[in-house]
Design a protein. Structure first.
Length: 122
């Protein structure tokens, strides 16, 4: 950091990066890169994006680098500015959860007794 504490240089890494599994870090870096590319495709300067998302440019730089210390709400605000908030809403949706759906299916009873079903209806 510089003496003011508002600039992060490339040589510095977030301590959170060292504590997360490699696939998580890779996914965050890709997400940050994809967000940066989406911002650039829309021709939104970094300063304008930061203002619209109510964050500092330093935080935007961290987000676009995939720093895991950036809050989820900050990602949501940036996605909102980009018009992509629906994608966040659908991220862990039940119909996309193949593992969860398979586990639910495995727990379904093999047979259903007619008498038990009738008792439950009464």
């Amino acid at each position: 950091m510089d003496t003011k504490g508002d600039c992060v240089h490339n040589s510095e890494r977030s301590p959170a990066m060292d504590s997360l599994p490699i696939p998580v870090n890779n996914a965050l870096r890709k997400l940050g890169s994809d967000i940066r590319d989406a911002r650039r495709r829309r021709r939104i300067p970094a300063a304008v994006m930061a203002d619209r998302a109510f964050i500092s440019r330093t935080t935007l730089v961290k987000l676009e680098k995939g720093d895991p210390g950036v809050a989820m709400g900050t990602y949501a605000a940036v996605l909102f500015v980009l018009g992509m908030i629906d994608r966040l809403r659908e991220l862990a949706e039940a119909r996309s959860d193949e593992t969860g759906l398979a586990l639910e299916e495995a727990r379904l009873p093999k047979r259903i007794s007619i008498r038990r079903a009738q008792r439950k209806l009464r």
